[in-house]
Design a protein around this ligand. Sequence first.
Ligand code: 3HC
Length: 284
Amino acid sequence: MDIRKVAVIGGGTMGNGIAHVFAMNGFPVHLIETKQEFADRALATIDKNLGRMVDKEKITSDQKDASLKNISVFLDVDKGVADADLIVEAVPENFGIKESVWKAVDGAAKEGAIFASNTSSISITKIAALTSRPDRFIGMHFFNPVPVMKLVEIVRGLDTSDETYAMVEETSKKLGKVPVPVNDMPGFVSNRVLMPMINEAIFAVYEGVATPENVDEVMKLGMAHPMGPLRLADFIGLDVCLDILNVLYEGFKDPKYRPCPLLVKMVDAGKLGNKTGEGFFSYQ
Ligand code: 3HC
């Protein structure tokens, strides 16, 4: 089977980026959202980000138009996934939400369809077990901003078949991405390495070692990171960082992953980074 038609569930930051790259690389995409206003917002973001690529002469305006034409919106999961060969889920990192989405998808998708979750930390094996086809289930972990970042971390669950892996690897290459295979363990590789660094940067602020600006300057100028770890934490979302750290802490039962109390306090205060206008830095 060849992957021709793709359904992307969720049009948030990751979902609209994923829909953008599939559509730009010639795949018809069904973008599935719960409300028209969310779908409109996702389409407006894709339009803006394709426009950036036209401005930078990475694509032509004809390619932009063709990409937008490749996307159709569905407000009903059953209809959106029915004839898709690959279904990529990018709904919030909450097991209950993923459970209801995947049960609906399992009942409506055609035989042979491949199921992929963009989860950043929930076990692929555990989500796959919600469906009747864990051999065709896999993690496709994209990185923000999806149109820019080259990596797709491909996460193999306990039962993921070699055939499923091979098809997802080939499809990722068709998107111009570099697929890297990893096994299903808490945080996979990306967040197992990234989140302790971000957490340690927050501890440095908490313990008064340096201001957020200076922690980030050290990592940008001394280690050539494009963004400092605290700016990156704001960009990812402090709630998402906390959730991932909790998955690492509980998954490994190792205190080295304990979230910094300052991170917990900021999430409690609703200071979640870019999306709320304030985190370690202000985005008003
Ligand atoms: N769509 C299309 N193009 C975009 C874009 C988008 N959403 N966002 C940025 N770009 C393009 C810009 O047009 C620009 O193109 P150019 O190189 O041709 O000029 C290029 O990307 C760089 O953008 P800017 O010049 O506006 O800004 P910067 O140079 O500051 O780069 C950045 C922005 C690419 C975000 C860079 O700061 C960066 O790489 N930061 C680190 C991002 C990162 O680590 N992401 C991973 C997060 S972890 C994750 O997602 C996993 C999850 O599980 C937590």
